[in-house]
Design a protein. Structure first.
Length: 619
């Protein structure tokens, strides 16, 4: 989505008004308020671009786009200029704008260190940013894949007098693709642009890019085999690149100092936690020859990854050695394993093998030289879940580990729409975000009055791709897993002719098995996974009354253990227990409703809640 577009002549005329125009357009198109720091950066950087383009070398009818929101992400390209080269080939030049005065070299690939308002910190090299933006557009835009539009890239640091560090050969793989221009290089950047933009296009190429078909999002489940073979299935972008390189640096740090390392990586749904974990697993095992394992409490993600790798040609015993349950380290020796990558760390519990009291968090930190915990506290969905940032930090420090914390922001799920997740959090009162209305856009959110009709749409979405599934709140007993009841239906809504089973226990990979679209998943089988489209039955354990979201734990099935013992807890601490119950049930639906990469459909059993959600949608 392009936030601002015009021809060059109009851009030059709009100069002083552009920051205000961008701020209003971002609010209108993305539903996001703009930080004052970003407005000041526009005022500064776009003034430099105005002076640079105010020349005859670049045609007045060349296209100019600002703050282009890359498909399926929430990352925005600062500046794009389009036209035709001397041979008549369509070209687009992407320019990453930085206000940095300097940058320091690091020993991490594609990472530099520079000063921000909050102090010095590590971040992506601007040429790496521009390079990955080009790669993402090539990945997701059909017209660019057909080479209708050729992409070039550059980084412009208009306040930086000395760019020698950025031009260091260590970063050559990226500066060769996207050269760096500093404060005194405006003429060189102008020449670079005019080399490719010799004729104007009257914004034609911007139109082609903006309206080109978006290729389906990459799916981690489908790409894991290629990733483990070293293929660049996913481009690490923004904070993802920094996190991956920080994990690899922590391994080197342990090798040098013998000091235990713990990394806490916070990120919401779709920020790439699992993608980073799998990439780090490959780099540690194949790149560094170290022992490393992907760890999760939930079985379904491990089973899916194992099956994908075995189907991709890896031996079963090799795959099993890479993917482990969070229960597996109860008896491990201290520092026995080089790297443990704990996905969905918020689901760790204090139970070991056969229900013995064992703190899984403690066991993992003890067993690993480097432990990495990927966590989203808003996905804590059970009384048993003990994985919090505070608990991880305290345990790591108690064991003498050096602790680092990083946050992931770039969002690749839910159509790359941060706005949808902000709206969802605000709707469910998980956190206040100010996004009250979900505007119509790239993300497909629908409310159904009939669950069977929703199921039919999910079946249609699933055809040919097998990437859409139905899930529900755990408010029905799992009858079909009991002996003699294998053919019985678990979830029945007779008024709609709706009768389906929970995902079968005999089906270890429900999320990718052909034919399982007719089964219903629950929080325990879908957490940590993603689909193209997800249909959610919002069960009667959540409702709307007296102007607020309410919960009713009594509606949960007795087969669900997430709220086990809540009645006894209510007697000891009624207010504290009520708050825990509210958080768990709301987190459950927040998790279920954020599994879809392209769309989420809901059937809401409580009519008041259904009407309330509808009132929060743009009409």
């Amino acid at each position: 989505m392009i936030i601002y577009s015009a021809d060059k002549a109009t851009f030059l005329r709009d100069n002083e008004r552009i920051p205000g125009m961008l701020k209003r357009s971002i609010l209108e198109k993305l539903g996001e308020e703009t930080d004052p720091h970003e407005v000041r950066s526009w005022e500064n950087s776009l003034g430099y671009m105005h002076r640079l383009l105010d020349c005859k070398d670049i045609p007045d009818d060349a296209g100019v786009a600002l703050e282009y929101n890359i498909p399926v992400t929430n990352n925005r390209i600062d500046f794009v200029i389009t036209g035709f080269d001397a041979a008549g080939v369509a070209q687009a030049v992407i320019i990453e704008l930085k206000q940095w005065n300097f940058a320091e070299k690091t020993d991490m690939d594609g990472i530099v260190r520079t000063k921000y308002e909050e102090g010095m910190r590590e971040t992506e090299h601007p040429s790496y940013q521009a390079f990955t933006y080009c790669m993402l557009l090539q990945d997701y835009k059909e017209a660019i894949q057909r080479h209708d539009v050729r992409l070039k890239a550059a980084a412009y640091l208009h306040n930086c007098e000395d760019t020698s560090t950025l031009d260091d050969p260590f970063y050559g793989a990226y500066t060769q693709y996207a050269p760096v221009f500093g404060k005194d290089d405006s003429g060189k950047l102008r020449d670079f642009i005019s080399r490719y933009i010799r004729k104007g296009d009257r914004q034609k190429n911007l139109y082609v890019i903006e309206n080109s078909e978006v290729r389906p999002s990459k799916c981690l489940m489908d790409s894991v085999s290629g990733m483990m073979k070293g293929k660049k299935e996913f481009r690490m972008i923004g904070d993802q690149k920094l996190v991956l390189e920080t994990i690899l640096k922590a391994l080197d740090e342990y090798g040098r100092t013998n000091t235990k390392q713990t990394l806490i990586i916070e990120g919401g749904p779709g920020t790439g936690k699992s993608v980073i974990a799998i990439n780090a697993l490959y780099e540690a095992v194949s790149g560094k020859g170290l022992s490393a394992m992907y760890v999760s409490k939930n079985r379904e993600p491990r089973r899916v990854f194992r099956r994908k790798l075995v189907d991709g040609g890896m031996r079963n015993y090799s795959v099993n050695a890479l993917f482990k349950s969070s229960l597996a380290f109860e008896n491990s020796r201290e520092n026995e394993i080089a790297l443990l990558l704990v996905d969905e760390a918020h689901r760790l519990s204090d139970k070991g093998q056969k229900g013995r009291p064992v703190n899984q968090l403690r066991s993992i930190v003890r067993a690993a030289q480097v432990s990495v915990f990927f966590i989203d506290e808003a996905q804590i969905v059970s009384f048993e879940d003990i994985g919090t940032v505070k608990a991880i930090m305290e345990e790591a420090q108690a064991q003498g580990a050096q602790v680092s914390s990083l946050k992931l922001k770039a969002q690749f799920r839910c159509g790359g729409s941060d706005t949808y997740l902000q709206w969802l959090d605000d709707l469910l009162e998980v956190r206040s975000t100010g996004v009250k209305i979900l505007k119509k856009g790239n993300y497909d959110f629908r409310i159904f009055d009939d669950p069977e009709k929703m199921m039919e749409v999910i079946r249609q979405r699933n055809k040919g791709k097998n990437k859409s599934r139905m899930v529900a709140g755990f408010c029905w007993d799992w009858i079909s897993r009991e002996k003699g009841h294998e053919q019985d239906m678990d979830i029945t809504l007779p008024q709609f002719g709706f009768a389906h089973q929970w995902n079968l226990t005999s089906d270890e990979t429900w999320s990718i098995t052909d034919g399982s679209v007719d089964q219903i998943g629950c929080i325990h089988t879908c957490q940590g996974l993603e689909f193209d489209y997800v249909g959610v039955i919002v069960a009667p354990d959540i409702l709307y009354s007296d102007g607020k979201i309410m919960v009713d734990p009594s509606k949960r099935s007795g087969h669900d253990k997430t709220l086990y013992g809540y009645k006894a807890m209510m007697k000891r601490d009624p207010e504290g227990t009520k708050e825990k119950i509210r958080r768990i049930i709301k987190n459950t639906y927040r998790t279920l409703m954020s599994r879809g990469m392209k769309g989420c459909y809901v059937y809401v059993m409580d009519k008041n809640l259904r009407d309330y959600i509808a009132s929060r949608l743009e009409q």
